[in-house]
Design a protein around this ligand. Structure first.
Ligand code: SAM
Length: 326
């Protein structure tokens, strides 16, 4: 097991999180992360965790899971030190599997433009919420789309689309769907659903409400989610199960950053493009360096690069609230 980076590196990581990720999105997480960055005692506590468990997002979500939302750093610090064993065990047991169905809004322009019907295979699916783009509503600047059939209330995702983005006229027709994940979550399990809700940052109430609606829809669908590594044999086995008379779309969003070796990401990319009809990659730009873009090229801080069959096509908001051509 890799044991923690040193405290000054950890302090910089929490500062970077505050400035680059939380600023403008979550005043509370920005405040907590800046507090942690300057707190030797708390940094020592985190440094004792395995490196993969030291993320700010995981610490703050685990804290909230045990103690609720703190109102300031002093309350957070006291709660964390008093209940460090409980927070630590949540951090060791769970991970940041944030499932954001709003990302369907930036996949939709591609999905709707393909020969229908579609077979969808999501790699790194978490609870599989992004496997149901046909079950949600969307508000683009020039058009709104709503699901044809629905028995439950559905979330509506607002998405600002640049003028050159072809906004879909209709939702895609999906005849088969499956997900692969190291640790598939069950939307119907109240404990796992609650963890996914806790991963949404505290101020993002609308986002959490939409997540709740998507979880209810997917819980009733019981999607096929297979446990396995994206580099393992399960990926090819799932591709082979897709119906032959549908366009097989392999996609992933916010997953490859968890695959640390560049070589492994390239191996996966080669396999995905060989085994699928269409391969959609919606990831932070740096994780696929061969696409020729870096984070510095992004039009907004933290934007994802969306590529289709290895061709960069668009910059997308990491939670799916905007898309512009690349
Ligand atoms: C941040 S979540 C994103 C979930 C979903 N794609 C979305 O956009 O809402 C990343 C997911 O990738 C999964 N994951 C990470 N590394 C993986 C690997 N090597 N093989 C399969 N799944 C992986 C994690 O378990 C987690 O559920």
């Amino acid at each position: 097991m890799m044991v923690g980076a040193d405290r000054s590196e950890l302090s910089s990581r929490y500062q970077r999180f505050a400035v680059r990720e939380a600023s403008g999105r979550s005043p509370l997480y920005e405040h907590l992360a800046m507090g942690v960055a300057m707190d030797e005692t708390v940094l020592s506590l985190i440094a004792g965790m395995p490196t993969s468990k030291q993320q700010p997002n995981l610490l703050f979500a685990a804290y909230r899971h045990v103690l609720g939302v703190p109102s300031n750093y002093a309350e957070f610090r006291k709660g964390l030190l008093d209940r460090s064993d409980a927070v630590r065990s949540v951090m060791l047991e769970r991970s940041t599997q944030t499932n954001e169905p709003g990302r369907c809004a930036v996949l939709l322009p591609i999905l709707a433009s393909l020969p229908q019907p579609l077979a969808l295979l999501e790699v790194g699916a978490s609870a599989g919420l992004c496997l149901f783009p046909d079950r949600y509503g969307y508000d683009y600047p020039s058009r709104s789309l709503r699901p044809a059939e629905h028995t439950k209330p559905y979330p509506v995702f607002p998405c600002a689309a640049g003028e050159t983005i072809e906004v879909p006229k209709a939702l895609p027709q999906i005849v088969w769907r499956a997900g692969l994940d190291l640790n598939p979550l069950d939307a119907a399990d109240p404990d796992e659903a609650a963890w996914l809700e806790t991963l949404v940052w505290p101020e993002q109430i609308e986002r959490r409400n939409r997540l709740r609606l998507a979880l209810d829809i997917v819980a009733a669908e019981e999607p096929k989610l297979v446990q396995g590594d994206l580099l393992g044999p399960e990926f090819e086995a799932l591709c082979r199960q897709a119906p032959q008379d549908a366009t097989l779309v392999v996609f992933h969003t916010a997953v490859l950053a968890y695959v640390t070796a560049d070589e492994d990401r390239r191996t996966f990319a080669d396999r995905a493009s060989t085994l699928s009809d269409i391969w959609i990659c919606n990831e932070a730009p740096g994780v696929m360096p061969h696409l020729g873009f870096t984070a510095a090229d992004a039009p907004t801080q933290g934007a994802f690069l969306l590529s289709v069959n290895g061709q960069p096509t668009a910059w997308t908001d990491p939670h799916g609230s905007s898309i512009v051509s690349a």
